[in-house]
Design a protein around this ligand. Structure first.
Ligand SMILES: Cc1cc2nc3c(=O)[nH]c(=O)nc-3n(C[C@H](O)[C@H](O)[C@H](O)COP(=O)(O)O)c2cc1C
Length: 345
C-alpha cells in the first residue's frame, strides 16, 4: 500500500474502540450489525503472542471486514514479530497500545508507561512500520500525568516513526477514567501533525459527535463505553439521529447478543457458562442506558453525559429492571432470556 492509501484508511471514520472483555468477537459482531464498520481486537500482549499465546484474541468473524489487532509491548523486535503474526491471522490494520493504564501492564514498561519514554515508544512504532505494510495507528493518552502532558510531542514522533494515524484518548494515565476527556488537547494534536488523528473520549450521542466535528480539527472518532452502553450508537452516529428503543427493542438487542455469543462460545454447558459470564458483565454497562435528549446534552456540556450520573428511568417496571445495577436483577434478566420469557420474545 502507498503512504497515502494507508493514511486514507483512517480518514473520516467512526470506529469501535479496542476493549478488553467488552470487545469480544460476538459483541463486535453485534456492533457491526448496528453499523460499526471498523472493529478491533482486545489488547493482545505481544510477548505472549510470539510465544504462541493470545491466539483466540486474533479470531474475528468474516463479517468483520475491517478488523484490526491491537498490540501492547515494549520491545520493538517482539512487537514487530507479533504484528507479522497478526497480519498472517487476517488483521487489516495494526494498532499499538500506548495508553493502557493498568498497573500490571504499566509496571512491565508497556502501555501508558511508554508515554514516559517517547524515544522507546517511537522505536516500537518504527519496528512495526518496517515489518508490516498495512495501516498502522498508535493509541496514546494526553500524557502520563497532568504535569507530564506530552501528546503533541509524542504524536509528532509517532508520525516521524512511520505511523499512519494517531489515536488520542483525551485523558492522562493518572486520570484513568476520571473527569471528562479534554478535547482541546486532542484538537491541539490534530493541528500539529499531518497524519489523521482519531479522537477518543466520552462520545455518547450524535450531539457529542456533531460538537467535536464542529469545534475541533479532528476528523475521525473512536467509541468505547458508548458502544458498551448502547451498541446501536453506531447507527445513531452514522445517521446523525438519536434512536429511542423501547424495552422490547432492548430485549431484542440482548437476545441477538445471546445468539451471537452462543454461536461463538458454543451451546454446551461450558459454552453457555462463558456466554452467561460475558452477558452478566455486559449488563453492568447496558443498565446505564438512558434515552438522552438534546436538552440533557445542552444542560450537561461541556461535561459529558457519560460522566454525569444517570437520571431516573421512566417509571415502568421494564425500564426499571433494565436500569438496575443490582446483580440479582442481572441474574433475573439472564433467566428470563434463557426461558424466552420477556417483552418482544
Ligand atoms: C471495558 C473496557 C476495556 C478497555 N480495553 C482497552 C484495550 O484493550 N485497549 C485500549 O487501547 N483501550 C481499552 N479501553 C479504553 C477505550 O478504548 C477508550 O480509550 C476509553 O474507554 C475512552 O473512550 P470512551 O470515552 O468512548 O469510553 C477499554 C475501555 C473499557 C471501558
Amino acid at each position: 500500500m502507498t503512504d497515502q492509501e494507508r493514511r486514507d484508511f483512517f480518514r473520516r471514520i467512526v470506529a469501535m474502540a479496542p476493549m478488553a472483555t467488552g470487545g469480544n468477537l460476538p459483541y463486535r459482531r453485534l456492533c457491526r450489525e448496528y453499523g460499526a464498520v471498523r472493529t478491533c481486537s482486545e489488547m493482545v500482549l505481544a510477548h505472549k503472542l510470539v510465544k504462541g499465546g493470545e491466539r483466540p484474541l486474533l479470531r474475528h468473524h468474516p463479517d468483520e471486514t475491517d478488523f484490526g489487532v491491537q498490540l501492547a509491548g515494549k520491545r520493538p523486535e517482539v512487537v514487530a514479530d507479533a504484528a507479522v503474526i497478526a497480519v498472517e491471522a487476517g488483521a487489516r490494520f495494526i494498532d499499538l497500545n500506548f495508553g493502557c493504564p493498568i498497573d500490571l501492564v504499566v509496571r512491565k514498561g508497556a502501555g501508558a508507561a511508554l508515554l514516559r519514554r517517547p524515544g522507546k515508544l517511537a522505536a516500537v512504532v518504527a519496528a512495526v512500520r518496517a515489518a508490516v505494510d498495512l495501516p498502522l495507528s498508535a493509541k496514546i493518552r494526553l500524557g502520563y500525568s497532568a504535569d507530564r502532558i506530552n501528546c503533541v510531542k509524542v504524536a509528532r514522533m509517532v508520525e516521524e516513526a512511520g505511523a499512519d494515524a494517531v489515536v488520542v484518548h483525551g485523558r492522562t494515565r493518572a486520570q484513568r477514567y476520571r473527569l471528562s476527556a479534554d478535547w482541546d488537547r486532542i484538537d491541539e494534536v490534530a493541528r500539529a501533525v499531518s497524519i489523521p488523528v482519531v479522537g477518543n473520549g466520552d462520545i455518547l450521542t450524535c450531539w457529542d459527535l456533531e460538537r467535536r466535528r464542529a469545534e475541533t480539527a479532528v476528523e475521525s472518532f473512536l467509541i468505547a463505553r458508548g458502544a458498551l452502553i448502547k451498541p446501536w450508537i453506531f447507527t445513531e452516529l452514522r445517521d446523525m439521529k438519536p434512536l429511542y428503543p423501547e424495552p422490547a427493542d432492548r430485549w431484542g438487542t440482548m437476545r441477538r447478543y445471546f445468539d451471537l455469543a452462543r454461536e461463538h462460545f458454543g451451546d454446551d454447558a461450558r459454552g453457555l457458562g462463558r456466554v452467561r459470564r460475558f452477558f452478566l458483565w455486559h449488563l453492568g454497562f447496558w443498565n446505564r442506558y438512558y434515552p438522552w435528549r438534546r436538552e440533557d446534552f445542552l444542560r450537561t456540556a461541556p461535561d459529558s453525559l457519560l460522566q454525569a450520573r444517570n437520571p431516573r428511568p421512566p417509571a415502568d417496571p421494564q425500564w426499571e429492571l433494565l436500569a438496575s445495577a443490582d446483580k440479582k436483577d442481572h441474574e433475573r434478566i439472564w433467566d428470563m432470556l434463557l426461558a424466552g420469557d420477556h417483552p418482544g420474545a
